[in-house]
Design a protein around this ligand. Sequence first.
Ligand code: GAR
Length: 202
Amino acid sequence: MLKIAVLVSGGGTNLQAIIDAIREKRLTNTEIVLVLSNKADAKALQRAKDNGIDQVCIRKKDYVNQSDYDHAMIDAIQNAGADLVVLAGFLVVLSSEFVTAFSGRIINIHPSLIPSFCGDGFYGLKVHEAALKRGVKVTGATVHFVDDGTDTGPIIMQKAVDVLDGDTPEILQRRVMEEAEWKLLPEVIQRIADGKVSLGKS
Ligand code: GAR
């Protein structure tokens, strides 16, 4: 059984996609052991509560320095017994200390086809604003392993989504979620649970 900790900051629709996939047995051999948010009012925390999943809010501002904050997160995830850390709309850049603690065991979903529209400053709606501004006709989503950089780790899977005339950032974000993100993330977790993907042999 793959035990996962899901890290969130906002709406938690990707968390919901994982919860639904487990409930509907499209995602097997996987258990969410913790939902960790950096925002107390994240809707994702309510989704965890509604589904009887342990949840915790850990905010950087409550700690005197980065190291204490890192250790609070590392301890919470290790105490929950998680094998894999899933960043599902977690909009905090992780320190190298955190990444080292879970080396090769952190994945992230990003709402573009990396290496386009990624890196520092590209998150959430901003990614779709940039894609529309550049006029690309195809965008999508990427799930990748997390390394020390921002969106630079090895790519596991990607899914393309058409950009359509008249798209706003909000409309495009919704299409990328529906057609790519909500399918891709459970699929990648299933592959990891099945031992078909791991860092070094993906
Ligand atoms: C998702 O679109 C996710 O890909 C993105 O934030 C959104 C969170 O939505 N993540 C990033 O931009 C990371 N760089 P959700 O809270 O409803 O899952």
